[in-house]
Design a protein around this ligand. Structure first.
Ligand SMILES: [Zn+2]
Ligand SMILES: [Zn+2]
Length: 273
């Protein structure tokens, strides 16, 4: 059976999806950005959140969102890039939001990354807290990057009243930690890693967490789901993540797509297309 037929089997047509996290500004998309954005729409991806990782990429993300009414942006500084951040950088981020508030729907990605540790833990924690304060001031929901930093991340998040909501993107921890963040009212986003065979913890999380607290994402260009694992990721591939979650939970792909789209629209305050 060729690829096309297999896809139609796994991915019934006419379903609407929401990719809650990808990086459309990255230069790996420079050659065919418009094509893949068009491909996403054809594939039924009705909304995409494109996420900034520093000031420049936040500006680029906003520019992309301004060109497509179904794409929205988030602005923020990734924990990899928080060294030597000046007040003027945060001022510029705040202005970027204020000038484009109709297309900027979240603050992120922000958080802690103790796996790569490109910046010291102290600097990461300090700038994370500072950005959570800004997000609270702007009344924007946050998008959290947490890699190998569950305890510190949870402690810092718990010290803030995040009334607009908190989304743990690309959830990479176990079910007990998922339970802990859910009990705090946070949301969880599942990436294409759930399609990998060697991800039993994420399979458990994707099976057990309530559907009304879940989103799905590509994190493109990274974390490409099976059957495209190893290649560049893009929003259209979020369908495979939905399909695998449906299979794990024993429900239909429509149910997963509908719930995760509804959750994302509510979370980011985006109207139904
Ligand atoms: Zn991330
Ligand atoms: Zn990301």
């Amino acid at each position: 059976m060729n690829r096309k037929n297999t896809d139609t089997l796994i991915l019934p047509p006419g379903i609407a999806y929401f990719d809650s996290h990808c990086h459309l500004d990255m230069n790996t998309y420079d050659e065919d950005r418009n094509e893949l954005i068009a491909r996403a729409k054809t594939a039924g991806i009705t909304n995409v959140m494109t996420i900034g990782t520093d000031l420049k990429s936040s500006e680029a993300a906003v520019n992309i969102a301004l060109q497509h009414d179904y794409i929205f942006a988030a602005v923020g500084i990734h924990p990899h890039d928080v060294d030597n951040i000046r007040d003027s950088t945060y001022d510029a981020l705040i202005n970027l939001y204020k000038k484009n508030s109709s297309q900027v729907k979240g603050f992120g990605e922000i958080g802690l990354d103790y796996y790569k540790n490109y910046c010291s833990k102290e600097v990461q924690k300090r700038e994370f807290a500072r950005q959570l304060e800004i997000a609270a001031d702007l009344q924007l929901p946050v998008i959290i990057h947490d890699r190998d930093a569950d305890n510190d991340c949870f402690d810092i998040l718990s010290s803030f009243q995040l009334k607009e909501g908190c989304l743990m993107h690309c959830f990479g921890s176990d079910y007990p930690f998922a339970r802990k963040v859910l009990d705090r009212g946070m949301m969880i986003s599942i990436s294409g890693v759930v399609t990998f065979k060697n991800a039993p913890e994420l399979h458990e999380v994707a099976t057990k967490i309530p559907l009304d607290r879940m989103m799905i994402e590509t994190d493109g260009p990274y974390l490409t789901p099976v059957p495209y694992r190893g290649k560049r990721n893009e929003p259209a591939h979020v369908r495979y993540t939905a399909a695998r979650i449906a299979e794990l939970r024993g429900i239909s792909i429509e149910e997963v797509a509908e719930a995760t789209s509804r959750n994302a629209r509510q979370y980011f305050h985006i109207e139904e297309p």
